[in-house]
Design a protein around this ligand. Structure first.
Ligand SMILES: NC(=O)c1ccc[n+]([C@@H]2O[C@H](COP(=O)([O-])OP(=O)(O)OC[C@H]3O[C@@H](n4cnc5c(N)ncnc54)[C@H](OP(=O)(O)O)[C@@H]3O)[C@@H](O)[C@H]2O)c1
Length: 259
């Protein structure tokens, strides 16, 4: 879905055969069909689990992978204080497995099968500085950014390109943004711009308006102010979300406790 689906579409358009890896076989089949004439293969796995890597390796072995896009990721359903996150224990495990372990393990498989190629790791602008009330997400994305940049330096001489991609908002299911704007583009628009930076930048916001936002928030504004306003924005979003949820529950007569 979202950004990953757009990478698949754009790379298919440029003539690549595509391997799609995600959770739901029916969605994988739909996307594979929508890619048209290019050769496709699908592997259905849940990245929340850690025992899936042998089946990914079996699915990829024998294939020449030119471009690996580590896109899978989960965020919060709404901004929340750490100890208030519902089912926190499982939430932590799932987010670490999906956002961090997947990147390390899939690259391990990739580098053991190929000696060249391009690896795009989808981090987030939330990984450029701490984002309160999305703290675990922001920390996992900072990990992806550091991991990518360190690994790029380790493997640069072998001709392997590893890029850390740090988007701001993109209009997808994750952000629930329905109306794309210049600063919140469609995933198609974002990915088309991002692919033009491959080989030129090892760390990128990927899309010109996001690069401007990245420059403003890291070079111009002191980090404490960025963190302060991030917290304020997320507190407001949290209040709005909990209020809407309460109204929905009252309407449905469920009246669950929301705080
Ligand atoms: N959208 C943004 O504004 C934004 C900004 C910065 C960074 N990012 C990053 O960009 C990446 C893509 O985000 P997106 O907005 O495109 O998200 P999305 O629309 O929610 O798509 C995420 C994809 O990951 C799959 N997925 C989720 N959990 C999975 C699991 N446990 N196992 C296997 N597949 C799983 C989803 O499959 P299902 O459809 O089956 O759930 C879906 O195909 C993420 O890493 C995200 O952190 C996004």
């Amino acid at each position: 879905d979202g950004i990953g689906k757009s990478y698949a579409e754009e790379l298919a358009r440029r003539g690549f055969a595509i391997v799609l890896i995600s959770r739901s076989q029916h969605k994988l089949d739909d996307v594979a069909r929508s890619l048209g004439k290019v050769e496709t293969k699908t592997i259905a796995v849940d990245f929340g689990k850690t025992n899936i890597y042998p089946s990914i390796e079996a699915g990829l072995s024998g294939l020449e992978i030119g471009v690996l896009v580590n896109n899978v990721g989960v965020s919060y359903p709404y901004p929340e204080y750490y100890l208030h996150i519902p089912d926190l224990d499982n939430f932590i495990t799932n987010m670490i497995n999906v956002n961090m372990t997947s990147v390390c393990q899939v690259i391990l498989i990739h580098l053991s099968l190929q000696s060249k190629g391009v690896i795009l790791n989808i981090s987030s602008a939330s990984g450029m500085y701490p984002v309160p009330l999305l703290t675990i997400y922001s920390a996992t994305k900072a990990f992806v950014d550091f991991f990518s940049r360190g690994l790029q330096e380790e493997y640069r001489r072998q001709g392997i390109i590893i890029q850390s991609v740090l988007p701001f908002f993109v209009a997808t299911k994750m952000t629930r943004i329905r109306k794309p704007t210049l600063d919140k583009p469609t995933p198609e628009r974002y990915v088309a711009a991002e692919l033009n930076t491959v080989g030129l930048q090892s760390q990128t916001n990927g899309y010109f308006p996001h690069a401007v936002m990245g420059w403003l928030t890291t070079k111009l504004v002191p980090i404490d102010i960025v963190i302060f306003f991030g917290a304020r924005m997320n507190r407001l979003q949290r209040t709005g979300y909990l209020h809407r949820r309460k109204l929905r529950e009252q309407k449905n007569g469920t009246g669950l406790k929301t705080d």
